[in-house]
Design a protein around this ligand. Structure first.
Ligand SMILES: O=C(O)c1cc(C(=O)O)oc(=O)c1
Length: 295
């Protein structure tokens, strides 16, 4: 790694030895939200990045998949790689049919580039609105991308925070594909499930049947820390109301965690609290991601 790409001094490295989960995942379970970082010597981080992480490549990711008992991964382009999707695509290619990807792309992406990404396993693009992670992209640029990728049957993953939903809601409603919201739109879990911010998100899903949610990142949203009991009600509410439009993922290697680094095995043990029946677990972990990414 070059001196320029040295990990941030306060960076927390992923858990070195996660526990074996007590919860047994259903056969064919998909970790539908995870990332790769580098390795930087092979896939340097983007100059415009807002953080410089540790290396966390495909070798470690697939070892974690096998350790936890997942079968498949959806690898979401991390913002530290900007619009350079090489690390994510290389990981997808190595995963063969067991991996899919979500890319970040420029407005002038060509059809040939989309086709190459599709061949590598990419099935969607990510639009990021979280200001601490990315510079602003004009909505016209996102719409231009949406209109290009829709012809490939791809979908759009969006990352925003609860306080910004009101502003971007009209934009979300214009999107012509399935839209997957990262981490439930990041509710403030000190406010309660009944708070208007979270209810706005529930109403958005209620009114727009193309909008899905990842019920992920209790470790990020929790104010209490492990075992993240203060996040259960939020995830459980979405799973119960929209069982055919939810996805789950580890979020490994957990970019920008500052309070603590979660044990990925303990995160898997969170699943039965939010999807209490075998039928819900099967939808969340197998049927929904297979329909969206492997159909
Ligand atoms: O909250 C975060 O810091 C975060 C960052 C990224 C990314 O940098 O891509 O992805 C995530 O899913 C979450």
């Amino acid at each position: 790694m070059t001196e320029l790409q040295k990990m941030d001094p306060d960076w927390l490295v992923f858990h070195p030895a996660p526990k074996l989960p007590d919860f047994q995942l259903p056969k064919g379970a998909v970790d539908a939200h995870c990332h790769v970082f580098g390795p930087a010597a092979e896939f340097p981080f983007a100059p415009e990045r807002k953080y410089t992480p540790c290396d966390a490549g495909k070798v470690e990711l697939y070892a974690l998949r096998d350790h936890l008992g997942f079968t498949r991964n959806v690898i979401v382009q991390a913002t530290c790689h900007g619009n350079d999707n090489r690390a994510m695509m290389d990981a997808c290619r190595s995963g063969g049919d067991l991996a899919r990807g979500i890319a970040s792309v420029r407005g002038d992406i060509t059809e040939a580039e989309i086709r190459e990404m599709h061949a590598a396993g990419v099935r969607g693009v990510r639009f990021n609105f979280v200001k601490r992670l990315v510079d602003d992209t004009p909505k016209e640029v996102f719409l231009a991308i949406a209109n290009k990728i829709k012809h490939f049957g791809w979908h759009i993953v969006v990352y925003f925070e609860a306080q910004d939903l009101e502003e971007i809601e009209p934009f979300l409603k214009q999107l012509p594909t399935t839209v997957v919201v990262d981490h439930m739109g990041r509710p403030d879990v000190s406010k309660g499930v009944d708070h208007p911010d979270f209810q706005r998100f529930i109403q958005l899903m209620e009114d727009n049947t193309n909008i899905w949610s990842k019920v992920t990142c209790p470790e990020r949203l929790s104010k209490q820390g492990p075992p993240y009991d203060d996040v259960v009600a939020y995830c459980a509410e979405i799973v119960a109301r929209f069982p055919d439009r939810v996805l789950w993922g580890t979020d490994w290697p957990h970019p920008n965690m500052k309070s603590h680094m979660p044990d990925d095995g303990a995160l898997v043990d969170f699943i039965p609290k939010i999807a209490p029946s075998k039928a819900l677990q099967q939808q969340l972990l197998v049927d929904n991601p297979m329909r969206l990414y492997w159909a």
